[in-house]
Design a binder for this molecule. Structure first.
Ligand code: SF4
Ligand code: SF4
Length: 341
């Protein structure tokens, strides 16, 4: 699905769940393990789970216990969309091979976000309603340093025969070199294994001082570049409305339709990650997450030409909370567009 090509029926379905105080979208970190050590990875930051315990210290599950646990959570929360992330979810590829058909059989749309450090199961290429998102952070020289062992060479081997979505997180370092995004698209979009390409912007935690953070000028240049490049590369699957949302990220999680409508659960299948998939204390004002921008673009759409979807969702979240007596810090949550492993 295009990040903002949401059907009215999907909006209505999600709206119905929000009114009941339920979560239309769910993201599960199915494992604490990842063979990569990417600089700037939010999942392994000390504050990701709110302080105290870190993802690496959490008791995660394996084998049938993991399969049963995920099915139990999905049967209980009944999301419309489910993101399976980690760590790297392909660490548990055997369990995934078992659970994916069972989850699809329940009518859930699934997104698996991986570094493609190992072969994507061949059977997945034929499954409808399953999206495999592969994180590729820049051109080969930069990517291979950041994301070894999931190097370009390995990814190309491991996605053979698939139709994957490439997701690239744009960093300040990339934007120091003019033409970087075009070169990235020139490499990936001609390949038959690539269905579409998405870009996010690096999202820091409040107080971070990292070379990955984009300056305001670099952020504006990303927007100008993407608006131009989408006309040249049809696989760059980002509508102008979505790209334009990068200029006005939410001020805080209460303004973020993605955070309000997506529940994220960590590897023990209990710990809730708030306020959004980044956990900790994310700097919303610098956010460039494609999921947040995609839902902000949907929120700006007007149902019947009058009322913005976002206003309906926000009001409905309040009604849903009242009805379900859900505490404020456990908001009900919408679409699984979580795009970082
Ligand atoms: S692949 Fe994802 S989870 Fe693993 S270290 Fe990199 S960013 Fe973190
Ligand atoms: S996804 Fe939403 S809550 Fe999370 S950092 Fe971005 S704007 Fe903030």
């Amino acid at each position: 699905m295009h990040p903002i090509a949401v059907q009215t029926s999907e909006v209505l379905q999600a709206w119905g769940k929000i009114l009941k105080g339920e979560a239309p979208s769910l993201s599960i970190e199915i494992t604490r393990e990842c063979p990569l050590r990417c600089p700037g990875c939010y999942a392994y930051e000390d504050g990701h789970l709110g302080g105290g315990v870190t993802l690496r210290e959490l008791n995660d599950r394996k084998g049938q216990e993991l399969v049963d646990g995920v099915l139990e959570v999905v049967d209980r929360l009944k999301p419309l969309h489910l993101s399976l992330v980690g760590g790297d979810p392909l660490v548990r590829y055997r369990e995934l091979e078992t659970m994916v058909p069972l989850l699809l059989g329940r009518g859930v749309h699934i997104q698996i976000v991986t570094s493609a450090f190992r072969v994507i199961p061949a059977a997945w290429a034929a499954l409808r309603n399953l999206t495999v998102v592969v994180s590729i952070d820049g051109l080969q020289p930069e990517h291979d340093i950041r994301r070894t062992p999931a190097t370009y060479e390995r990814i190309l081997k491991n996605i053979a025969g698939q139709k994957v979505t490439v997701h690239c997180t744009i960093t300040g370092q990339m934007m120091k070199r003019p033409g970087y995004l075009r070169e990235f698209l020139e490499f990936w979009t001609p390949r038959p294994e690539i269905k579409r390409v998405w870009f996010s912007l690096f999202t820091p935690q409040i107080g971070d001082d990292l070379p990955e953070i984009l300056t305001p000028a670099e952020r504006r240049r990303v927007m100008a570049d993407l608006l131009q490049l989408r006309k040249v590369f049809p696989k760059l699957d980002m509508a102008p409305e979505l790209i334009q949302q990068m200029a006005t990220p939410p001020h805080n999680p209460d303004e973020c339709v993605f955070a309000l409508t997506t529940q994220t659960i960590s590897a023990d299948l209990k710990t809730k990650i708030t306020p959004c998939q980044f956990g900790g204390n994310p700097d919303c004002g610098s956010c460039g997450c494609i999921a947040s921008m995609g839902l902000a673009a949907i929120a700006a759409h007007k149902l019947g030409g009058f009322i913005p979807v976002g206003a309906i969702f926000r009001a409905s979240v309040k009604i849903g909370r009242l009805r379900s007596n859900e505490p404020r810090e456990q908001p009900p949550q919408f679409p699984a567009l979580r795009v970082l492993p």
